[in-house]
Design a protein. Structure first.
Length: 49
């Protein structure tokens, strides 16, 4: 590891690409780029009703 900054930048880039891909798969429209037209389903219910 002669250049840790490059490795760090590559990890950040790959993580960002993975998150974008996961968001695209989660959208209702397969042609959508993940525009946020679907609500996220949380594992925990934050409402105390």
């Amino acid at each position: 590891m002669e250049n840790p900054e490059l490795v760090f930048a590559l990890l950040i880039g790959l993580g960002t690409a993975l998150l974008h891909w996961m968001r695209c798969r989660a959208s209702d429209d397969p042609e959508s780029d993940g525009g946020g037209d679907r609500e996220f389903e949380y594992a925990f219910d934050f409402d105390d009703d």
